[in-house]
Design a protein around this ligand. Sequence first.
Ligand SMILES: *[C@@H]1O[C@H](CO)[C@@H](O)[C@H](O)[C@H]1NC(C)=O
Ligand SMILES: *[C@@H]1O[C@H](CO)[C@@H](O)[C@H](O)[C@H]1NC(C)=O
Ligand SMILES: *[C@@H]1O[C@H](CO)[C@@H](O)[C@H](O)[C@H]1NC(C)=O
Ligand SMILES: *[C@@H]1O[C@H](CO)[C@@H](O)[C@H](O)[C@H]1NC(C)=O
Ligand SMILES: *[C@@H]1O[C@H](CO)[C@@H](O)[C@H](O)[C@H]1NC(C)=O
Ligand SMILES: *[C@@H]1O[C@H](CO)[C@@H](O)[C@H](O)[C@H]1NC(C)=O
Ligand SMILES: *[C@@H]1O[C@H](CO)[C@@H](O)[C@H](O)[C@H]1NC(C)=O
Ligand SMILES: *[C@@H]1O[C@H](CO)[C@@H](O)[C@H](O)[C@H]1NC(C)=O
Ligand SMILES: *[C@@H]1O[C@H](CO)[C@@H](O)[C@H](O)[C@H]1NC(C)=O
Ligand SMILES: *[C@@H]1O[C@H](CO)[C@@H](O)[C@H](O)[C@H]1NC(C)=O
Length: 476
Amino acid sequence: MTMFRTAVFRLYLLGSALIVTCAQFGSSYYCDKTYPCDCKTLEQCKPIVANKHRKEVIVLAKDKDVTSKTYLHWDWRNITVVYTENFHDPELMCHAHKQGARYGLRYVLKNITAFYDTEFRENFTKGLIFQSHCTRNDAINLDIDVPLAQDSNDSRLLVSVLRDIRNGFDDMIGNFPVVGDGSTTKCQLSFSVPWMPYCFDDMCLPEAEMADIVDLFIIKSDHIHGVHDWGGNCTAGAHAPFAQILYGYTMYMSVNMPVNQMVLSVPWYGYKYRCTYFDPKTNRCIVSPKPFHGVNCSYATGERLSLAKILAIKVQYNASRLWHSGYRTPYFNYKNTTDGYMYQVWYEDEQSTWTKYAYSKEANFKGIAVWYGDSLEYNSSQKEIQNFTYHMWEAVDLVEAYKYESRACDEQLPGMVTGIAASMFLCGTLVGIGLGALLTKFDRKRKKTIAQEQGDTDVLTEMMETEHKTDATIRV
Ligand SMILES: *[C@@H]1O[C@H](CO)[C@@H](O)[C@H](O)[C@H]1NC(C)=O
Ligand SMILES: *[C@@H]1O[C@H](CO)[C@@H](O)[C@H](O)[C@H]1NC(C)=O
Ligand SMILES: *[C@@H]1O[C@H](CO)[C@@H](O)[C@H](O)[C@H]1NC(C)=O
Ligand SMILES: *[C@@H]1O[C@H](CO)[C@@H](O)[C@H](O)[C@H]1NC(C)=O
Ligand SMILES: *[C@@H]1O[C@H](CO)[C@@H](O)[C@H](O)[C@H]1NC(C)=O
Ligand SMILES: *[C@@H]1O[C@H](CO)[C@@H](O)[C@H](O)[C@H]1NC(C)=O
Ligand SMILES: *[C@@H]1O[C@H](CO)[C@@H](O)[C@H](O)[C@H]1NC(C)=O
Ligand SMILES: *[C@@H]1O[C@H](CO)[C@@H](O)[C@H](O)[C@H]1NC(C)=O
Ligand SMILES: *[C@@H]1O[C@H](CO)[C@@H](O)[C@H](O)[C@H]1NC(C)=O
Ligand SMILES: *[C@@H]1O[C@H](CO)[C@@H](O)[C@H](O)[C@H]1NC(C)=O
């Protein structure tokens, strides 16, 4: 509460300072007095309102991108939005706008009850809008970190707060000069949702009502699993298993979420797990339990690492890349020379990333989100790491560049990933979508039962665990 209050209060202070300025200097350029445009050209301070039909490629920037300016090395050709979390960086804003990408703030709501206080709510909304506007944001991402009961007062409150924010932005930027053809909303509003609906993790979002207000839903498929409870033993696994992404998509279809508002968020990070028991025959790594959200096994027992750090470990230990065909995710094992334990690392590479991006395209999502942008290394002298970085961004560009329409399973794909992998993926994807289409024919109630039964995805997990074997040991 205190942290939240403090953040809101800061927003409020900023907001009220600007309201005064606004009254004095008229509606268009009031920010220029208090926060002059820091960019090389005034154009770079204007919101980008263009390319309605372009696929969205959203990248989250963490502090590191800004301090070490790794964002200068990103492949910006297809990036449409950059979010920052908990900070504002004018240089990044100018750079994004110069590259034709929106720049926005990500904000996580941590207390919904506070919004019952009308005054608080007004202060918050105004603060958010003024702050965003004056830092030249033309995008905002909201997320919620507290449980929300189905059809509750809280959930209705959330909808009305979102509506306030939407209207506030629209009024605010109303007559503001923009760059572009004017085909999109002036401030793009996105909301991050769990990987599946139906109250997953006690999050019952009113998707239908929200869909009229927000431009995009970011499906948090970067955050599905990690550690599975397997007969009472916590077992390390993939963070974003492909089958579950398909399942989540199917479930969202059944609550009629508009697919042209859906953005698939894919992890650009991995997890390192210390095995308390390791079976070299099955590559099964049992880890210590770490209760979280009422389950005994969670990824909190591992350590989150950037892909750059993971690659460095892989190179240091000369570890062999293994491929899990059920999860469609790479991993590797190594024995730590310091503590003598076996470790297992689950991560993403161009093959797993490409699978997901290709799928999002196949399913006609509005785009993808790179969660996080600062995961790669750009100055490595290792050829393997250089290649890795290059191919990850190449996978991103596929989202715009490559068309998949009615492609047969056995057709050759352009030389992005090795041929074997590619055709397997696409066939798998098509089967997945076929299954999805069938499932969406069931009525909503029936679906809900399925979702509840499988809410913890034990069934899927089990199905995939049976495939937990090393059927391919492809070297990168
Ligand atoms: C949320 O805000 C309300 C009202 O301001 C307060 O009473 C409550 O303690 C807060 N809850 C949390 C979890 O911070
Ligand atoms: C809202 O702002 C007013 C000043 O306009 C201030 O007096 C009040 O304490 C604020 N309310 C909350 C709940 O933050
Ligand atoms: C929800 O709001 C209504 C009307 O505002 C009120 O009568 C009801 O008690 C509230 N329900 C809960 C569970 O707080
Ligand atoms: C769980 O671990 C225990 C001890 O390592 C083992 O005896 C048991 O068979 C394991 N259970 C499964 C389902 O693998
Ligand atoms: C968690 O582990 C404890 C002790 O091992 C066990 O009693 C409990 O049933 C487990 N809970 C779940 C949800 O599996
Ligand atoms: C790394 O592993 C491969 C086999 O996986 C082996 O051929 C090679 O010699 C190893 N390199 C080093 C430096 O240990
Ligand atoms: C090896 O183990 C030590 C001690 O537990 C730990 O500090 C270090 O991070 C580990 N290194 C790797 C690469 O796992
Ligand atoms: C790459 O640059 C970062 C700082 O930008 C530095 O910490 C790191 O050591 C560099 N790596 C190499 C291999 O030069
Ligand atoms: C890097 O990629 C090039 C071609 O793109 C390939 O020839 C080379 O073997 C790769 N090197 C490593 C270490 O993966
Ligand atoms: C996306 O990137 C590719 C390069 O891989 C480029 O050819 C294409 O024009 C880009 N798309 C857009 C919309 O900029």
